[in-house]
Design a protein around this ligand. Structure first.
Ligand code: MF3
Ligand code: CO
Ligand code: CO
Length: 291
């Protein structure tokens, strides 16, 4: 329970303005929506202008690294080379690659190929070959602020079937993004993602979702895509979260590698694709921070 702020006190958001002319109306609106039975964001989820500025700097580094990977990734490349690039480029820019040692994860980036759904280990033994699709998922910590995004890359001659999966997955993110606006619900976004995947004959991984991000790697809320319009957490200005659906060509079922407890695969061995963006809910819509 937070203590009520006096209306003339400085606002909790760090703007320096008086509470009554800053977030007082916001708090009243959120409380009203909570009273209607909806899940609403707490104050830690709502980022201050200073935090948003710091997160944007971190996002610039994350995108620069993914841009560079896009120019050098090629048939015959070992995914361990991607790990080295990410580790070094991040450090050169004064940042830290967040995956390394995160809950025991042993590398600086996730490289998930074909039927790997996510958390693929970069390796000397994984040599990219023509026809592969790969997700490269980078997370940067810069001055304590987190950026997290991922992209798909097609290697050499990729089948039209796999290319379509990659394209439709990107469209899922774009259609979900269109639903991101203040006073809507995360379920509006989730349903848009799910419906587009389903309309194309694909399935959406249920167990792994997006997340709030910025001050930590994974913050509340958990962001799924099996939700319905009007459900899940209220979207309010200042919220930052990822949209990162994992879309499977075959069945939705997945399993985790028993030996390393990290790498996730589709149960039926069919390909999976994922794109991840970070989005800020603004006063009148949204702003993509990282993609
Ligand atoms: N980057 C992933 C995400 O989008 C999380 C990877 S956890 C790690 O949430 F430990 F594998 F890095
Ligand atoms: Co993420
Ligand atoms: Co990620």
């Amino acid at each position: 329970m937070s203590v009520k702020i006096n209306r003339n006190d400085p606002c909790w958001c760090g703007s320096g303005r008086k509470y009554k002319t800053c977030h007082a109306a916001f708090d009243e609106k959120v409380e009203r929506i909570a009273a209607e039975g909806h899940i609403v964001p707490n104050r830690k989820i709502i980022k201050t202008p200073e935090q948003i500025a710091g997160i944007k700097e971190s996002c610039k580094v994350n995108m620069e690294i993914l841009d560079y990977i896009g120019t050098v990734i090629h048939e015959g490349m070992k995914t361990s080379e991607i790990d080295k690039i990410v580790r070094e480029m991040t450090a050169d820019r004064g940042g830290i690659a967040a995956p390394l040692h995160y809950q025991g994860y042993p590398y600086s980036v996730c490289t998930s190929v074909n039927d790997q759904v996510c958390h693929g280990f970069p390796s000397d033994k994984v040599v990219l070959k023509s026809g592969d699709i790969i997700n490269v998922d980078c997370t940067t910590i810069l001055n304590g602020y987190y950026a997290d995004s991922s992209r798909m890359f097609c290697i050499g001659d990729v089948s039209s079937e796999k290319k379509k999966l990659v394209q439709v997955t990107k469209e899922c993110v774009e259609l979900g993004l269109k639903e991101v606006k203040p006073w809507g619900f995360l379920g509006d976004m989730g349903q848009a993602v799910h419906d587009h995947a389903f309309a194309n004959g694909y399935t959406v991984v249920r167990e792994i979702g997006g997340h709030g991000v910025g001050l930590e790697f994974h913050e509340d809320p958990w962001v799924g895509y099996n939700s319905k319009r009007g459900e899940e957490m209220l979207m309010a200005p200042g919220m930052i979260f990822t949209i990162e659906p994992m879309i499977n060509m075959g069945k939705a079922d997945i399993y985790i590698d028993k030996d390393n407890d990290w790498e996730v695969y589709t149960e039926d061995g069919k390909p999976s694709a994922q794109w991840e963006i970070m989005v800020l809910v603004t006063a009148d819509g949204h702003e993509v921070l990282c993609w």
